[in-house]
Ligand binder design. Structure first.
Ligand code: DUC
Ligand code: ZN
Ligand code: ZN
Length: 493
């Protein structure tokens, strides 16, 4: 059965593919001796996953995945497109060399199709006025990510506003990491002074209120600028409630969450009883939260439409390697604030969420419907990031990017590190049972993952995607900020 963002289509429909694109959907489609037939055996077929939040080959994670291993892991878990980051360093005064560098890292090294978002840490006037318009139009980079935290990356509210105005004018999507830097840095100082430096204190250092406050502030900045925004990797049900309230007021505020915030709690950061430092494997930001109520709140927002996208935030560092998580162990003493942030997850994202649909659970236990699974993992990220018409759906004219799942009762497995294809030495999801796993992953009509044989695609197969303008998927622009008069912006814009 094919699943789209709105339907589970009747059993027995066939998908015709020609020149890498879906040519038709129908019953008893004509075939010839040269037609290659993939029998889905009555199983579900969903659009190939679009993972719109992936970090590969970034300087700040020297032991993380590069393009070869990250994209290999992606296809083995049903993801056919990734949008990764080209990350500006503070000293970079132009984005062109940054982009060139990331193209060189990715070209001919990707098993799946890919695009880039820019991380902006030094938004000069020249970058905003001269470079972004060219990069959007000619290079198809139509989204940026901004940080409200981290000394080396954070922007102040005024800088964020400037970027929001620019991105709105260019039809670009602004993604934002919302945590209050000042709250966090003050708490870290206090924890270190009091010698509370075990990995677990990472979760104490970044309390939920730091995300709640920054999310509300980010929404207010977007409201003032009348600009679309997506708040990335949301972990707090209160922060998500701020988004929901904004959406109710028809503001164009989108939200993303990730597998680790739905499946894991902060107790993981305590590590093994005999090795507390192993909690470093679960250090990410925002941190895993303390209270199962946060998980419940996030699951509700998965089901009720508040979340727009479900991404991996694959941002790993190896645990047992020089330059990896052990950077947080200095002369044998743990220092949580030095542990590289981020977790692996590009391969496990799709199966973890699929396992919570009625394809794997009785309807009354399922957390989300199958069309909602497709919206979150493929259709919405494709539309939001300017890939609509090409990626994220099963329809004539779209790239034939598909996941064929196992038929009912087959394909279940327990996630373990040795089954995965990343170049990281652990998975934070070790031991979690999933009810299905992609049997085939297909990109532009070619099988690239066959669970019987493994990764069968080629490393040079992935194509760079020039993206178009992103769509606003919730609310709309053109509104007046609360308390402002109609037309008031024109006095100061
Ligand atoms: N932000 C991310 O997007 N990924 C990993 C760590 C972080 O702070
Ligand atoms: Zn972030
Ligand atoms: Zn990230």
């Amino acid at each position: 059965m094919q699943v789209t963002a709105s339907e589970v289509l009747p059993e027995g429909l066939e998908i015709g593919v020609k020149d890498g694109k879906i040519s038709c959907i129908g019953i008893s489609l004509p075939s010839s001796a040269s037609t290659k037939i993939v029998d889905a055996e009555g199983a579900y077929i969903t659009p190939g996953g679009v993972d719109s939040h992936v970090h590969l080959a970034q300087k700040n994670a020297p032991t993380g995945d590069g393009w070869e291993t990250g994209s290999r892991s992606a296809v083995a878990g049903g993801t056919t497109t990734i949008i990764a980051f080209a990350s500006q360093q503070r000293e970079d005064t132009s984005l062109y060399p940054v982009l060139k560098d990331y193209h060189a890292k990715a070209k001919n090294q990707s098993y799946c199709d890919y695009g880039f978002h820019f991380i902006l840490t030094n938004p000069t006037q020249n970058i905003l006025d001269q470079e972004l318009p060219v990069l959007a139009k000619e290079e198809g980079i139509t989204s940026v990510k901004l940080y409200m935290t981290y000394e080396a990356m954070k922007l102040n509210d005024r800088e964020i506003l400037h970027i929001l105005f620019t991105c709105k004018a260019l039809g670009m999507t602004t993604m934002i990491h919302a945590e209050s830097h000042d709250m966090i840095s003050l708490i870290i100082e206090g924890l270190e002074r009091n010698k509370h430096t075990e990995p677990y204190f990472h979760a104490v250092a970044r309390p939920r209120i730091a995300e709640d406050e920054a999310s509300y502030r980010a929404i207010s900045l977007a409201e003032l600028a009348d600009a679309p925004m997506l708040i990335v990797h949301m972990s707090s049900e209160v922060a998500v409630q701020h988004v929901r309230d904004a959406q109710t007021r028809l503001l164009p505020i989108h939200a993303e969450t990730c597998p680790h915030y739905l499946f894991l709690l902060s107790e993981k950061i305590k590590g093994e009883p005999h090795d507390h430092f192993s909690g470093a494997k679960h250090v990410c930001s925002p941190p895993l939260r303390h209270d199962p109520k946060d998980l419940e709140g996030l699951w509700q927002s998965i089901a009720n439409g508040t979340f727009t996208t479900f991404s991996s935030d694959h941002a790993p560092s190896k645990y047992d390697a020089v330059g990896g998580k052990r950077l947080g162990l200095m002369d044998g003493i743990p220092r949580f604030s030095k542990i590289p942030n981020g977790l692996p997850g590009v391969e496990t994202r799709m199966p973890l969420l699929f396992s919570q649909t009625p394809a794997c659970l009785p309807v009354e236990k399922a957390r989300l419907s199958l069309p909602r699974f497709v919206q979150l993992t493929a259709t919405n990220p494709a539309k939001l990031y300017g890939l609509d018409g090409m990626k994220g759906s099963i329809a004539p004219g779209y790239d034939a990017d598909l996941v064929v799942w196992h038929s009912a009762g087959r394909g279940a497995r327990t996630i373990t590190q040795n089954l995965l294809h990343h170049d990281i030495d652990y998975t934070p999801f070790e031991g979690i049972h999933v009810g299905n796993w992609p049997r085939y992953t297909i990109i532009r009509g070619n099988i690239v993952w066959d669970q019987g044989e493994g990764v069968v695609g080629e490393m040079q197969y992935g194509q760079y995607l020039k993206r178009g303008r992103g769509q606003v998927l919730t609310g709309k622009t053109g509104g007046v900020a609360r308390g402002m008069l109609e037309g008031e912006r024109k006095y100061w814009l």
